[in-house]
Design a protein around this ligand. Structure first.
Ligand code: ADP
Ligand code: MG
Length: 661
């Protein structure tokens, strides 16, 4: 009898999966792959243990449902037998009389309701015979379908050690078909998922939870049900099969199996270890009694939250009562009758092991998670794999993703936050610059208007003052005054035309200039109050640069004037010029009042002034900004207006490219 290729037992509800990787961690064969952050069961690799369904707190894993199929079956004309697993007292603890449960199952429409424990009784005799033989080579119990799949897929070399004996469920199905004919349909009801894929000798497999669902849907309750007895053949001590050491005691009923020949291992850590030791030859001539769950009473088809020891006690009590009331003769008669049926079972290897990835590939995968040396391997298990190397191998096999590495993902997140902060800062700066150039554009329009209006009256002043000067004889003191008027009016004209040029975004007129002399000259052309001491320093090796002399003169003299105006009570004005091959920097520094922090971003705004009416126009720095930009230069301001934070004062640094060489 060969096993069918098993059906998909577990499905993922993608919307519910919150990618905690608990299912990956709990899957004994790593049959869960993560794609685009979603967990998916790889059916080929699944052994149907149901761990993932049990551990998923979000209900994102659901098992194959058979409720509808069983309802359909029950409406068909066939005779249908329910074979209930011996763990039922562990599940239905609220139903004190098992006969009520039998009645409820019958009420669903089953023609026969029997206990699989009779199947366990006859199977136990087969095990006993096998283990007792002198040439017993050792075996692995084959009653847990998840264990059978585990060995067929992942330890195919020891498949021949799987006991060639049918499981109690299959045995019971054969018994019932022998008794009621091959046309009988058999529905197994138990605590297990993997049973749904064990065999085609049963027609459907229901879990206890599904049975409860059917009761609910059919409105069948203990209160509205008459008690009823199981149909024969009745089980004996096989009823204790589902709890720890069950099979051993079942067999040991006959007190003939030496205890030291039996090794019991339950739960994924234990059974995996036991199988590995068996395969490696550390365990010989032993009967390995393996269960995937911690006893069938805790199987994934049982209701969640069950208490293991209370469940075990419930089964114990049931068996106790049962054995007190058992009709030994009729039980023996049944055993004799049915133990002659074929209870054999064959198993074929079906290797699903993955070829181990090359070390090179694993290293690459590790590096993609920022792990370059063994010191980087945290082996924290957050990804669901025991070690970073296991995780990397799964990545190579396409079953896992780098993002599953929590420390790596957190680090990446930190990086993106930092990058985001940097871009935010850049954005803020760009925004400020944009606002500034908008203001500048407004100022351009305004100053163009003013300049245009001033041009004509200035022309008149220049012309008439020149005529007057020419007409005034040399030595006349008025002539000096007139000369000053002509000079200043000329300067006004230049500024006005400069404004016009600026407004038209005109090019600068770069002239070769000795910037040291230029700077000294600027200091000489301003009026310095006595209370202000002035210093000039030059830190430039090559003083020659290219700049628009008139416009840059406006820049530095304006800075110097602002500095002096900020030092009402005296102070020192330090002017210097620095430079390298690329740039020339003019520095105007004062020990004045400083600029308030809240005004720092306003000072370049046209018409912003803190000076009293008539004193300031608020155009100086706006103009400076425009001129410096036209020179493709930069302005840097440092200021402190708070004496608590240190000496007050302001330093403006204007850097412009050295220009043509
Ligand atoms: P104005 O000098 O006509 O006020 P500016 O554009 O030259 O216009 O300067 C704008 C404002 O910037 C000034 O009113 C002043 O508040 C501030 N400011 C500029 N330079 C200095 C400085 N060196 N020390 C303190 N405040 C300054
Ligand atoms: Mg000014």
């Amino acid at each position: 009898m060969s096993h069918s290729y098993h059906r998909q037992l577990v499905f993922t509800i993608k919307d519910r999966c919150r990618v905690c990787f608990t299912c990956v961690r709990e899957c004994p064969v790593k049959a869960i792959k993560i794609i685009n952050g979603q967990a998916e069961v790889i059916n080929d690799r699944c052994i149907g243990c149901g761990n993932c369904v049990r551990v998923c707190s979000q209900g994102a894993k659901i098992a194959l449902r058979s409720v509808d199929a069983v309802f359909d079956l029950l409406t068909s004309k066939s005779k249908i037998a329910a074979c209930i697993a011996p763990s039922f007292p562990a599940e239905f603890t609220e139903i004190t009389d098992y006969k009520v449960l039998v009645g409820m199952i019958r009420k669903l429409g089953f023609d026969y309701v029997t206990e699989v424990s009779f199947g366990a009784d006859i199977v136990a005799r087969e095990y006993e015979k096998m283990i007792k033989t002198n040439d017993f080579e050792g075996d692995i119990s084959s009653d847990c379908p998840a264990i059978v799949y585990f060995i067929r897929h992942y330890h195919p070399d020891i498949v021949s050690y799987l006991a060639p004996i049918a499981s109690p469920m299959v045995a019971m199905s054969r018994v019932m078909k022998k008794k009621h004919g091959e046309a009988l349909k058999v529905v197994f009801i138990g605590p297990c998922f993997a049973k749904k894929a064990e065999t085609n000798e049963t027609d459907e497999v229901l879990t206890f939870r599904e049975l409860r669902e059917m009761f609910d849907k059919s409105n069948i309750r203990a209160e509205n049900t008459d008690p009823s007895e199981f149909d024969p053949p009745h089980g004996g001590k096989g009823a204790i099969f589902p709890i720890s050491r069950g099979l051993y005691y079942t067999a040991n009923n006959h007190e003939s199996i030496p205890e030291e020949r039996v090794i019991i291992a339950e739960g994924q850590v234990n059974y995996k270890e036991a199988i590995t030791e068996f395969e490696e030859g550390y365990i010989r001539k032993k009967h390995l009694m393996l269960l995937c769950c911690e006893g069938c009473i805790m199987g994934p088809g049982t209701s969640p939250g069950g208490k293991r020891f209370a469940r075990s006690a419930a089964v114990g009590e049931y068996v106790n009562k049962k054995l007190q009331n058992i009709n030994k003769e009729s039980w023996e008669r049944d055993i004799q009758e049915y133990c002659r049926i074929d209870l054999s079972q064959t198993f074929t290897p079906e290797d699903r092991r993955l070829a181990p990835p090359t070390n090179e590939d694993v290293q690459l995968a590790l590096q993609s998670m920022g792990k370059f040396s063994p010191g980087d391997h945290l082996n924290c298990g957050a990804c669901g794999y025991d070690t970073c190397v296991d995780h990397a191998s799964a990545i190579v096999n396409g079953h896992a993703e780098t993002e599953m590495c929590l420390p790596f993902t957190i680090e990446k997140l930190h990086d993106s936050i930092n990058n985001l902060n940097v871009s935010n800062e850049k954005l803020a700066k760009a925004k400020a610059a944009l606002q500034q150039s908008e203001k500048l554009a407004h100022m351009g329009q305004l100053s163009a208007g003013i300049a245009h209006e001033l041009n004509n009256p200035l022309g008149v002043i220049t012309m008439y003052s020149s005529i007057l000067m020419d007409e005034t004889p040399e030595g006349d003191p008025v002539r000096e005054d007139l000369k000053l008027i002509v000079e200043q009016a000329d300067r006004c004209k230049k500024i006005v035309s400069g404004l016009l040029n600026f407004a038209r975004k005109n090019q600068v007129n770069l002239t070769e200039t000795n910037v040291v002399k230029f700077m000294e000259h600027s200091l000489n052309s301003i009026i310095k109050p006595e209370k202000v001491t002035c210093t000039f320093t030059s830190n430039i090796a090559d003083p020659i640069g290219f700049l628009d002399i008139d416009q840059m003169m406006q820049v530095v003299t304006n800075l110097e004037k602002n500095a002096i105006e900020a030092m009402r009570d005296g102070g020192s004005l330090n002017v210097s010029v620095e430079g390298d091959r690329e740039e020339i920097t003019f520095i105007v520094s004062d020990t004045g009042s400083g600029i308030l922090k809240e005004n720092m971003d306003k000072i370049f705004t046209p018409f912003f002034t803190t000076k009293e009416m008539g004193k300031g126009t608020g155009l100086g720095l706006a103009l400076i900004y425009g001129i410096v930009k036209m020179h493709k230069g930069k302005i840097h301001v440092d200021s402190n207006a708070d004496p608590a934070e240190g000496p007050t004062g302001t330093t403006f640094r204007i850097s412009i490219p050295r220009g043509r060489n």
